[in-house]
Each structure stands twice: as structure tokens, then as C-alpha cells.
Design a protein around this ligand. Sequence first.
Ligand SMILES: Nc1ncnc2c1ncn2[C@@H]1O[C@H](COP(=O)(O)OP(=O)(O)OP(=O)(O)O)[C@@H](O)[C@H]1O
Ligand SMILES: [Mg+2]
Length: 410
Amino acid sequence: MPHVVFIAPRFLENTNRYVRAFAALDITLSLVSEDPAEAIPAEVRGRVAGHFRVLDSLDSAQLIHAVRAISGSIGRVDRLAGVLEQLQLPMAEVRDAVGIEGLTSAIARNFRDKDRMKEVLRSRGVPVARSVLATSRDELVAFVAQVGYPVIVKPQAGLGSRATFRIESDDELAAVHSPTPGQPIQVEEFVRAREHTCETVTIRGKPVWRSGTRYFPSPLEVLETPWIQYSVLLPREADDPTWTSFHPINGDALTALFADQASTAAGTALTHMEWFLREDGSSMVNEVGARPPGVQIMPLMNITHDMDMFTGWAQLMALDTFTPRPRVCAAGSAFFRGQGGGRRIVAVDGVERAVEECGDALVEMRTPKVGQQRVDTYEGEGFAIVKDATTEGVKRALRALIQNVQVRYG
Ligand SMILES: Nc1ncnc2c1ncn2[C@@H]1O[C@H](COP(=O)(O)OP(=O)(O)OP(=O)(O)O)[C@@H](O)[C@H]1O
Ligand SMILES: [Mg+2]
């Protein structure tokens, strides 16, 4: 029986879905967390062979210590898994140090470092936006002179579109803090396009299953435009060429990023690739995470394929197996985000009307609550998940949600 260590920084709702999924497998399961052992969900506690508490689950030195302690008491660790984007590099460092099969830090950096990712893809002929990691103002200005406005500036290892801006003019460029070798800035040509995702299951480098979504509108537009609420659509048609025509690029990109380790356990993954589709029909890779997707895409994949992707991912990570499922319907998620100034929600309107208009399409709804603290992300303070037999039905339901539900800060 393989021994799997899962890193669950805190035993929160989403993380616990994965904990339960691993606990249901025929494996020896150990956990590393910042929370104490008492916080492990009661129903799985009996299934947990080893537990080690760390102060900071993103600190690879602490993780190495924890995994060594667990292997000392329980036995050799065969796999190390965790969901968070920020965990991927520290976990890879642990694998390197302790000698665990899977994503090594050399490969994890291909996914985590946006500059390196683009270089690797470009060198293998995968289409990506022109970009540079600027370490001085001169480099920043020279790049803009080459590609023209607008450009996008973002952190080298970004997340949640934080500190990501569209720069339209010399004045705006002057307001960007000057990059330094210690604090470089990733700068990219601005791609005018629709944003899609491609979720791919690979086993030892071979794609065995794909799904995909479209973002309405793009995460950056959501953050730039205070009144916009964000939604994600997973269409009914698994063979829609809008998505499938990207698959060869997706395959090439993953082969490039997994590099010489594609055929090892490093190439066994669920990846979440964001990609641009331009008006002329051409596509480009934006970025790739070697981890399960966020923005409710996991539940959307479950609904549209009548499966449990949390278990599917656990099985993939622990046992190198995956059972592909066909698509049976369309689904989508809508994110409720407040408008106005202020740090707290003071009003939530239009919920009843939205629910009524959604009808049977509504699967789950977490409405933001008055008094709830403002969060400055495109995911906002609440969400709803909808499904329908048709893609059009899901679009209608998503529209009903984001047009009716209004959240105000004050
Ligand atoms: N070169 C580009 N051209 C146009 N828009 C871009 C470009 N790069 C990023 N964006 C916009 O900014 C958003 C965030 O960028 P990116 O995905 O690279 O960073 P992130 O912080 O890792 O994102 P996430 O929100 O997925 O965690 C993208 O979803 C897109 O809307
Ligand atoms: Mg992104």
C-alpha cells in the first residue's frame, strides 16, 4: 500500500474534500498541517496513520522536517501531495531532499515562475505573449518600445491576478515602481482575447482526459471594473472545436514544461492551463498550474461528468490511475462581488429574483451576508453553481445570477 503525505495547511471546507478523498483510498495516509491534530475531520481521523504539525506549511525546511519525522515513524513516503499553488514549489523541494517520486523543483519552477514558463514554452515553439522579466526601468522601457502599449505588468510568481495591471501610457508606466534585480517585474504584450482554461489529466506525461471552461469576462477586466461580477462556463459540448482545437497546443505545452521528466511520476498530474483565443482564431498559452483548478472548476467538472474529481485527483496522485468520464451536461459558476466603498457588506439584493429565474438550473448558492468583510478578489464574497442540459441554459442562468444579485459595501 503506498504511503501518501497530504499537506492540508488548515482543515477548511475545500481542503477537507481532498482529505476525505485520500482517506477513502486504499493507501496509508499521513497529514501535515498548521492546525492541530484535533482539527482533522472526525470521520477520517481513524484513517490517518501519521500527523505532523508545522508553523508554516509554505516553508520547505519545516516540511522536510515533518516528512522525515513521518517517514521515521510510519515508513517510507511514496507520494507527497497538496493543492495550493504556493505549496507546489516547497513540496517539490521536499521531494528532492527526501527522495520522493513526483514533481521535482526544477520542473515545479517551470510552472511557478511566469518568466521561466514563457521561456520554456517559447523555446519549444508553443505560442505565448512576448514578455520579459525586467530588472531595471531601462529594460521595462525598452520592452514597451518594442511591443507598444498596452502592456501587462505582473509579479514573477503571481496568484489571483494580484498586483497585475494593464499599462496604457508613458504616464502609467512612470507610476509603476522601478524593477530591480531583487524585485523584478514580469512585463508582457497585452493579448486582446477571450480567456479559456484547459484542465488536463496526464499519466506519466500522456494526456488521458481533458475538460475546459471559459471565463466571463477576464479576471483582469473584473478587477479593473468595479461593477462587474465574474463567471465561469463549462459547456455541454466536449467536442466543441473552440476548445478542442487548443488541445494540440495544450499537449505540446505540457510536454515542454514536464521536460525530461514527462514519463516519470512528475508527469502524472491534473493541470490547469489558462489560454487566450484571439479574434483571428489563433490561441496562446497564458499560464499553467500543476494543481487542481480554483474558481469552482472542480465542482463544475464533477457535475458535467457525473463524477467525483476530488477522489479522481487523489487517486491520480496516489495510485497513478484515472477513470475518464464523458460529459453529460453544462455547468457554470457565478461569483458575487460587492460594489462601492467601505470594508463590509451592507446590502445584498436581488437574490430571490435570481433564484426564481435560475429555476431548476441552480445547484448551490452561497449568498454574501450583510456584515461580511470585503475581499478584494474577482471571486468576491459568495458564489452560485448552476447546471443545465444545454450550454445556452447555463449561460441564461449565469446571466440571471450576475444581473440580479447586487452586493453593496459600506
Ligand atoms: N499578456 C496578457 N495579456 C492580456 N491579459 C493578461 C495578460 N497576462 C495576464 N492577463 C490578465 O491578467 C489575469 C491574471 O494574469 P495571470 O493569469 O498571468 O496571473 P495570476 O495572478 O497567476 O492569475 P490567477 O488569477 O489565475 O491566479 C489574466 O487572467 C488575464 O485576465
Ligand atoms: Mg491566471
